[in-house]
Design a binder for this molecule. Structure first.
Ligand SMILES: [Zn+2]
Length: 207
């Protein structure tokens, strides 16, 4: 719900910046009402301070500061399939082969991991395979998956020091989300994991 004061346009749970005016009896109900709506009554500094505190307590606090690297430079695209469904398995095998073909033809740089998982592995609870993508090819690969996933679910997650965050709040799904088993993931690694450094891309690119 948006502010209705007519002088600002702040979304739900943010604080109106309108210049303060005299307090009225109606403002005594302001604080609890901020939990559900943005009040249209005059706001005094004291009420604004209380409101800011109440609102800030409700806003989610990041579990980690921003990644200590200034930019995400490598990603995984995980393709999921039902390993006992022939159609789903065939679609995954087709995508797996196509990525390798397009990589070989320099359409983009994307490396499929050597294992094609026909059973749960790590956080992946159904059949899956991994495609590593450096930021230099991110757009081309993202574009390709959007148009060629054959109904399969694709998890796109960044590679940073924060594995759990990478697979949860920082992750993006194409198609329906597949439950992940996060138990084996590390909350915070000492270093950003690097794959395929010989390519000189992503985190391994020369600065
Ligand atoms: Zn991954």
């Amino acid at each position: 719900m948006r502010c209705t004061c007519g002088t600002c346009c702040f979304p739900f749970l943010t604080i109106c910046k309108r210049p303060s005016a005299a307090i009225t009896p109606s403002t005594s109900k302001l604080t609890p009402r901020l939990l559900t709506t943005h009040d249209d009554a005059p706001h005094t500094p004291a009420v604004q301070a209380t409101a800011k505190m109440a609102a800030s307590e409700l806003l989610p606090t990041p579990r980690h500061p921003a990644a200590d690297d200034d930019e995400i430079k490598e990603f995984h695209f995980h393709t999921y399939f039902f390993q006992r469904n022939p159609h789903s398995l065939a679609a995954a095998q087709h995508i797996h082969a196509e990525i390798q073909r397009l990589n070989a033809s320099h359409r983009f740089t994307a490396r499929v991991y050597r294992t094609f998982n026909t059973a749960p592995v790590g956080p992946h609870t159904i059949g899956s395979f991994e495609t590593w993508v450096p930021r230099e090819s991110f757009h081309a690969v993202y574009d390709w998956f959007l148009r060629n996933r054959h109904g399969l679910s694709i998890l796109v997650h960044p590679l940073t020091r924060f594995e759990v965050r990478d697979h949860t709040e920082a992750a993006v799904w194409m198609g329906a989300a597949v439950p992940l088993d996060l138990a084996g993931l590390t909350e915070e690694l000492e270093e950003v994991p690097r794959q395929y450094p010989e390519l000189g891309l992503g985190y391994s690119a020369k600065k």
